[in-house]
Structures are given as structure tokens and as C-alpha cells.
Ligand binder design. Structure first.
Ligand SMILES: [Mn+2]
Length: 282
């Protein structure tokens, strides 16, 4: 790790102080994070005996910190680090610092909230503007625009923030998605971040989240899983009070890890050689 080791370690040690960073230091940290994430493939390949998946944290710094006490070999965060919750800046800086310190164990996928499209409405733009100003926000967007879109874990578990996309037949297509892509504008990239599974539809149907978003049915998942040798898909993007929800007979698992929702019990999903278990992040 070049350069900023002391700064990065300080953020990991005291993430609640991250908002007091000098603008020049913040800029250096974000540039280091951007270069690191850009150097990773758009489709990560992660191998590990135990792998913890963490869903939307939305400014829940406590869940992110708690996740690392689970003691997994690898950590895959499924996006939506910012917007909505109270510690958005602290949460995203903590996770970027963890990534810089331990790039082979910590993986940060992009969520639909890692985009100006969401940040103008749900708080992160205002939050960064108030604490740091416009240049800092633009630097965050540069980081978001190069984040990986998906991960293939142990060869047969597909992880993504939202869901399967129209036009995505082979997992290898995700490797070729263009970056940087701020919105993103690529339709497959966009749908990976925005789509949701549904027991009610066959094929794809227009989604409730607005233009360009889709629901995908069990048939879509089953043919994608068959064609790509998958046994499981792990995704986030939807709030379930219990923290995890099982679609399609348990083959698609949805994880939610933010406590700032009514009656929320934030969870992670721990994949082990024996199977998987939901772990509380309270
Ligand atoms: Mn989301």
C-alpha cells in the first residue's frame, strides 16, 4: 500500500472522526481508493472458506464495524454505503480505508446509491457538501464510478447489489462492463444495481423503482444459474425487517444490514463449507 498508511489506519481506528479530515487528506484517500478499485475487474472472483456478505448499510457505521468482528476469511459488501442513515461519510470512509488496508480480504461492490442519481435525493450530496464541499463530492463520485459490479464467489455463488439484468446471459459479460460509468448508463450495469427478484413474474417485468428498472422471475434466475453453473445468488437492495429473505426456494438470498429502519434487525450472511447462516450485526 503506497503513501497514506498512517491516515488510513487512523480512519479505521477512529471512523467517527472521519468527518474532521482535512480536505487535502480526504482527496488523497479517495484517489488511492479510486486507483485500487479501478485496478480490480468489474466482476470480482473471490475464494474463501468463510465469506461474509453484508447488505445495504446506508450510513450504519456500527453494522460495518460489527461485520469485521465475525471473523470471516473474506468480506463482500453488497453496496449502498451512503444515503439515508446518519453516518454516511463515516461509513463509506471506514469501508474504503478497510479496503485499502486489506484489499485481498475486503471487497466493495457498487450499489445503486453509489451514484449521483440517488445522492441528489437521499442525502449524501448534501452531507458531503456541508462537511467538505463540491470537489470532495466529485471525488466520491469518481470512486463510485469505478466500483466493481458483481462477484463470483468460490466459483458458484453470484453476488450483486440488485439483481439479474436483461441481456446478461453469461457471467463473463459482467467482466466487460465499462468503467468509469457515473450513472451508470450501461443498461446491464444499471439493472445489476437496480433490479429485484419477484415470485410474481415470469421473465422480466417493468419494476416499481422507475424507468429502466425490472423485476425478474424464478425462470430467469434458474436459466441463468444453469447456464453459469451457479448454486446460489446473494443480493441486497431491499429492506426486510429480519435482515435476510429467501427467494425462489432459497436459491436467491436477500441481505439487509442497516439498523435505521423500523424494527430492523441488521444481518450479514455467512457462507461456510457447511452451508450458510444469517449472523446478527446488532
Ligand atoms: Mn439499493
Amino acid at each position: 500500500m503506497p503513501g497514506e498508511e498512517a491516515l488510513v489506519k487512523e480512519i479505521v481506528r477512529r471512523p467517527s472522526e472521519a468527518r474532521k479530515l482535512e480536505p487535502a487528506k480526504l482527496e488523497r484517500l479517495l484517489e488511492e481508493a479510486r486507483q485500487l478499485l479501478r485496478s480490480e475487474p468489474a466482476l470480482l472472483e473471490v475464494e474463501g472458506g468463510s465469506v461474509l456478505f453484508v447488505g445495504d448499510t446506508h450510513g450504519d457505521l456500527e453494522s460495518s464495524i460489527k461485520a469485521f468482528s465475525v471473523g470471516a476469511d473474506k468480506y463482500v459488501f453488497l453496496g449502498d454505503y451512503v444515503d439515508r442513515g446518519p453516518y454516511q461519510v463515516e461509513n463509506v470512509l471506514f469501508l474504503l480505508a478497510k479496503k485499502i488496508l486489506d484489499p485481498e480480504r475486503v471487497f466493495l461492490l457498487r450499489g445503486n446509491h453509489e451514484s449521483p442519481l440517488a445522492n441528489v435525493h437521499y442525502g449524501f450530496l448534501d452531507d458531503v457538501m456541508l462537511s467538505f464541499g463540491r470537489d470532495a463530492y466529485d471525488a466520491f463520485v469518481s470512486v463510485f464510478s469505478v466500483m466493481p459490479y458483481a462477484a463470483l464467489v468460490n466459483g458458484d455463488v453470484f453476488a450483486v447489489h440488485g439483481g439479474l439484468a436483461n441481456g446478461l446471459r453469461k457471467i463473463s459479460q459482467a467482466r466487460e462492463l465499462p468503467r468509469p460509468d457515473e450513472v451508470p448508463q450501461d443498461p446491464i450495469a444499471f439493472e445489476l444495481l437496480w433490479n429485484d427478484p419477484s415470485e410474481e413474474v415470469r421473465g422480466f417485468a417493468p419494476g416499481p423503482r422507475g424507468p429502466g428498472t425490472y423485476l425478474f422471475g424464478r425462470d430467469v434466475f434458474e436459466s441463468f444459474a444453469r447456464d453459469n453453473g451457479l448454486r446460489l445468488m446473494v443480493r441486497a437492495h431491499e429492506y426486510f425487517p429480519g435482515g435476510v429473505f429467501f427467494y425462489f426456494g432459497g436459491k436467491v438470498i436477500s441481505v439487509f444490514s442497516c439498523r435505521y429502519y423500523p424494527a430492523a434487525l441488521p444481518k450479514g450472511l455467512l457462507l461456510t463449507p457447511r452451508g450458510y447462516e444469517a449472523v446478527p450485526l446488532m
